[in-house]
Design a protein around this ligand. Structure first.
Ligand SMILES: NC(=O)c1ccc[n+]([C@@H]2O[C@H](COP(=O)([O-])OP(=O)(O)OC[C@H]3O[C@@H](n4cnc5c(N)ncnc54)[C@H](O)[C@@H]3O)[C@@H](O)[C@H]2O)c1
Ligand SMILES: [Zn+2]
Ligand SMILES: [Zn+2]
Length: 363
């Protein structure tokens, strides 16, 4: 095991035995507590001093008690940027002092699924951070399989913006845009203009579709979607979104319908608006069963895709960011320090009134 040598970070580890961490305490309960700083537990591990983290809708699902793999006592969070402060003997791609993006998906790089680029189903990894192992809403985090689960940050990068690459940008791109087969000149509808739907909106534009129609209940988020490049928006509060979309597309529907909410009604809307030959690309995490209208869709030559983000496109997205091809920073609306993380959760969970998208927490 290599121990800490970086002068800049040495005092933190040398003088602090415990760290602040946001801990899940069972349904409806969480608290900022002091916990021991994590140590290397396997040769492939790295310990990272978290500098920036954020909150995901999935964290709210955990706190509601929707994610049984996350047990009380767990440190929350699966997104962040930080500095490597300790590495195990098997880590070869990172050294102490390296700035890194932490992937929401941990991947061993060696199992059958990892070899197929399906990191989300890594047999000993996947979405474990802030779920089955302690996560990033803390001053320090242990990252297993560091070589294949951390990404080097180009020098001088905007770290706030880079937090968007831990989860939401690869999620919108892989589950929505790539699975949805967005192509030049095609038509796209994105149902849900939350951070993930907006990440799909930003990355869909790599492929120059002719139309991107954003659908949501929240006029503020639809205004953001227009700013981010949606060609048209539909407020679906009145239940007539499908009819309005058909009108906008000359009765044809869309080539790609991206579901970025996770409700039966929004998945059914995608079935109503997909054009013959089109694709429904599901991103949303669904907690309830949804009707599949094969009585109508059987003859429509459509495809339906599902995916847990693999983060296999993260290196590519980071290069696009470095080349200024994607403005990730515009997804950030609020900033808090870790001491005020309760206020950050409050702002994030009342997004309709606070207008929150992504919230940066300085750890
Ligand atoms: N597949 C994956 O790997 C993966 C990864 C991350 C997140 N997700 C999921 O993606 C989904 C979106 O995440 P998010 O962080 O953007 O969530 P969010 O809750 O911030 O955004 C959802 C948006 O949907 C809108 N909405 C709610 N009901 C609606 C309706 N009936 N019609 C139209 N719009 C409606 C809301 O106003 C909101 O803007 C969630 O289900 C999340 O769990 C999936
Ligand atoms: Zn997430
Ligand atoms: Zn694996």
């Amino acid at each position: 095991m290599t121990t800490l040598t970086n002068d800049a970070v040495l005092p933190i580890v040398a003088t602090t035995k415990t760290m602040k961490a946001l801990v899940y305490l069972g349904p409806g309960k969480k608290a900022l507590q002091h916990k021991p700083i994590p140590a290397i537990a396997a040769p492939g591990d790295a310990v990272v001093k978290v500098r920036k983290t954020t909150i995901c809708g999935s964290d709210l699902h955990i706190i509601k008690g929707d994610v049984p793999t996350c047990v009380p006592g767990r440190t929350l969070g699966h997104e962040g940027v930080g500095t490597v402060v300790e590495i195990g003997s098997g880590v070869s791609q990172f050294k102490v002092g390296d700035p890194v993006v932490i992937s929401c998906i941990s991947s061993c790089g060696k199992c059958d699924y990892c070899r197929r680029g399906m990191y989300s189903h890594c047999t000993t990894g996947g979405w474990i951070l802030g779920n089955e192992i302690d996560g990033t809403q803390a001053e320090f985090v242990r990252i297993p399989y560091a070589d294949t689960s951390l990404y080097a940050i180009p020098a001088g990068s905007d770290e706030d913006a880079l937090v968007m690459f831990s989860d939401i940008l690869p999620t919108g791109f892989e589950c929505g845009v790539l699975n949805g087969k967005v192509q030049p000149g095609t038509t796209v509808a994105i149902v849900g203009a939350g951070p993930v739907g907006l990440a799909a909106l930003l990355t869909a534009q790599f492929f120059s579709p002719a139309e991107i129609i954003s659908i949501d209940l929240d006029d503020n988020r639809l205004a953001v979607a227009s700013r981010f490049g949606a060609t048209k928006t539909i407020n679906s509060t009145d239940g007539n979104a499908a009819a309005k979309l058909m009108e906008l597309t000359g009765g044809r529907g869309v080539d790609t319908a991206i579901e970025a909410v996770g409700l039966p009604t929004t998945f059914e809307l995608c079935q109503d608006i997909v054009a013959p030959g089109g694709t429904i690309a599901n991103i949303g995490v669904h907690g309830a069963k949804v009707d599949l209208h094969l009585e109508r869709l059987w003859s429509q030559n459509i495809a339906i895709t599902t995916r847990l983000v693999d983060t296999v496109t993260t290196p590519m997205l980071l290069k696009a960011f470095a080349a200024k091809k994607i403005d990730a920073k515009q997804l950030i609306t609020h900033h808090f320090t870790i001491d005020k993380i309760d206020d950050a959760y409050d702002a994030f969970s009342r997004a309709a009134s606070t207008k929150a998208l992504k919230i940066i927490i300085d750890a």
